[in-house]
Design a protein around this ligand. Structure first.
Ligand code: NCD
Length: 306
């Protein structure tokens, strides 16, 4: 595949695209070390965030700025943009297209970024559409695995926590279909198991997975333990949330049973699912993972806009 126009969901990526993107992301480390570049000078990125975000929005904005581009930001767009007056995402995108060369959208509705992409000519990047997908998070997650472990094949990966509403683990599971010899284990409270749409896609792609309720049984063999937050805001009842929260925690005892060369990842923000005592362990990769988001998004913006 050549450079895609939009970044909407993980199934649009193939292995050559990933290799090319990751190689470019590697190169962005040197660009930052050299004080940035002017490659995207004169180009404008608009971020429209209808849901809370720290990392995703700021790392996109940092990435664009590091490449010499300019940023227009509508944070809290649900409250402060014309959406509060009832404007559709299609109309908002049509307007913003006149102001920017690329639009990054986070929205609570599944398919919102795709709907925007359908009506504008500039590239649209899905920065999270409700509990559906978060493709750039999956890209930076796989890039992190490559940076940390030196490979994206031959891996035992445990996805832990809210696999039903968590768009990050959903997208990552789908992206792993591009990798070879992956052993995928899902560890989730029973009421937030991985959706059948994802498990069916994994089966169709020949990526087997199994479910395991005992996290302790998975830790000793895993190369990657990908922990996630229980997505409180997506539950319809507090009772259901309470049934899911606090069941799987990574702490110092978990680290003791893990391999010395394994890593702990998390898309962040965390609540209580990784104890702060884990942070000092070299296997805690989540802060490096967040940093990788800038390199990866620089590479992606560069690909889309040049
Ligand atoms: C994730 C998200 O928004 O889906 N955060 C992120 O983008 N790094 C995960 C989460 O909110 O739990």
């Amino acid at each position: 595949m050549g450079a895609p126009r939009d970044i909407l969901e993980v199934r649009q990526f193939d292995r050559p695209f990933l290799e090319e993107l990751f190689a470019r992301a590697d190169g962005m480390r040197a660009v930052i070390a050299a004080g940035g570049s002017n490659r995207l000078q004169g180009r404008i990125m608009a971020t429209l965030f209808f849901e809370p975000s720290t990392r995703t929005r700021l790392s996109f904005e940092s990435a664009m700025s590091r490449l010499g581009g300019t940023v227009l930001s509508a944070e809290y767009a649900r409250e402060t943009s014309s959406a509060a007056k009832g404007e559709t995402i299609e109309d908002t995108a049509r307007i913003v297209e006149a102001y920017a060369d690329v639009i990054v959208i986070r929205h609570p509705e599944v398919g919102a970024a795709a709907r925007a992409a359908a009506v504008v000519d500039v590239p649209v990047i899905n920065a999270g559409d409700g509990p559906h997908e978060h493709p750039t998070q999956a890209l930076l997650d796989l890039y992190t695995i490559r940076s940390e472990l030196g490979r994206i094949d031959d891996l035992r990966i445990a996805l832990v926590g809210d696999l039903k509403y968590g768009r990050a683990p959903r997208s990552l599971a789908l992206l792993l279909t591009q990798c070879r010899n992956i052993e995928l284990v899902f560890v989730s409270p029973p009421n937030v198991r991985m959706g059948e749409d994802v498990t069916a896609a994994l089966a169709a792609a020949g990526l087997p997975h199994r479910e395991e309720s005992d996290l302790a049984a998975v830790l000793p063999t895993a190369d990657v333990v990908y922990q996630t937050r229980i997505q409180h805001e997506r539950f319809s009842s507090e009772e259901d949330y309470q049934a899911a929260r606090g069941r799987y925690i990574i702490d110092a005892a978990s680290l003791r049973s893990m391999r010395p060369d394994a890593i702990v990842m998390h898309p962040l923000p965390r609540v209580d699912e990784i104890a702060p005592e884990v942070d000092a362990d070299p296997r805690a990769a989540y802060f490096r993972q967040a940093r990788n988001g800038v390199y990866l998004r620089m590479a992606l913006l560069d690909m889309l806009l040049t």
